[in-house]
Design a protein around this ligand. Structure first.
Ligand SMILES: [Zn+2]
Length: 316
């Protein structure tokens, strides 16, 4: 029996007990994988095929500005983050990035492709990103989506052997979003969740469909899905209790930038389904920071991204 993992250890140690409190020596825990998503209409001539860091613009201090699907001159480049959490009982993927179909078929995104100019070189494919940490999609036990917008739920279909954890409200949004929220939901991404035509079962993959609920994935308090309506009707955040780094909140798009939380600045509200839910998310994160020394990671903050460890590095 391994004594090196804590009771909430998230690691490769296959024998990690759930009662030990010694916390050193376990390898990889949370790893950030990513794509790049320039935002704005103007042509970004500075795209690099294998860039590992976003080219920072001057605009990340214009809180909420990068995700309004509106013109931005000059365009800036933002990361599209997704995370792998290692747990003795299985790996969890939080978000899946842009659908890799746009690498070969940009028309899959319709006018969104021209509007936000995603980097679509082969190196951003989720399989390639997972390979950085020696994984294939089949190594992922649970896929948790913060929401089903095109840059988060794009690749759920690449994990047919995983279990998808999603809110019922988000499924409804993905399949038939109310105006004016339809734009970032790609019908093909949602349709991939349906079983083949004529099947008596609706789901194409194993799914845990939550009814406005949280979920303690492994039952040990280490990886908790938080139901948090805000950015979308069925948005989820993930609370990961790391043995060394402590509680870490993966916010999805309920938070765009660190300063949203730190200064309580509302985001651009064009895409916000429930603005007060977003503000309550900020408040909860600040509460967790104050009471449990928690930290948080967003999906698209270029400034925070620059400072973060990127796979194959990890947080313990
Ligand atoms: Zn996003």
């Amino acid at each position: 029996m391994c004594n090196r993992c804590s009771g909430i250890a998230l690691g490769y140690c296959e024998c990690a007990p759930i009662t030990s409190v010694v916390r050193s020596g376990c390898p990889a825990f949370v790893q950030l994988l990513f794509e790049l998503l320039p935002v704005g209409f103007a042509q970004n001539k500075s795209r690099k095929r294998s860039s590992l860091a976003p080219e920072l613009g001057r605009f990340f201090r214009v809180t909420g500005g990068v995700q309004n699907f509106g013109p931005m001159e000059p365009p800036i480049k933002i990361p599209v983050g997704f995370y792998v959490i290692h747990h003795p009982k299985g790996n969890v993927l939080f978000d899946t990035g842009n659908n890799d179909k746009i690498i070969t078929d940009p028309s899959y995104w319709g006018p969104n492709f021209k509007a936000i100019m995603p980097v679509n070189t082969p190196d951003v494919a989720i399989d390639v990103q997972l390979k950085k940490i020696g994984m294939t999609p089949d190594d992922i036990k649970y896929v948790v989506v913060s929401h089903m917008h095109l840059d988060h739920g794009g690749n759920v279909a690449k994990f047919p052997n995983s279990t998808l954890v999603i809110q019922r409200d988000e499924i409804n949004m993905a399949f038939f979003p109310p105006e004016p929220f339809a734009g970032p939901y790609i019908p093909g991404d949602a349709y991939a969740l349906r079983a083949a035509t004529g099947s008596s079962k609706p789901n194409a993959m194993k799914m845990v469909i939550l009814e406005k609920q949280d979920m303690d994935i492994f039952g040990d308090g280490s990886v908790i899905v938080k139901n948090w309506q805000g950015h979308t009707a069925g948005s989820q955040m993930l609370l990961v209790r790391l043995p060394k780094s402590g509680p870490t909140i993966l916010t999805g798009d309920n938070v765009y930038f660190r300063e949203n939380v730190e200064k309580s600045l509302p985001p651009n509200l064009v895409l916000a389904y429930n603005p007060s839910g977003i503000m309550r998310a900020y408040e909860w994160i600040r509460y967790m920071m104050a009471t449990e020394k928690a930290d948080f990671f967003t999906a698209h903050d270029p400034d925070a991204f620059k400072a973060m460890k990127k796979a194959p590095e990890y947080y313990e």
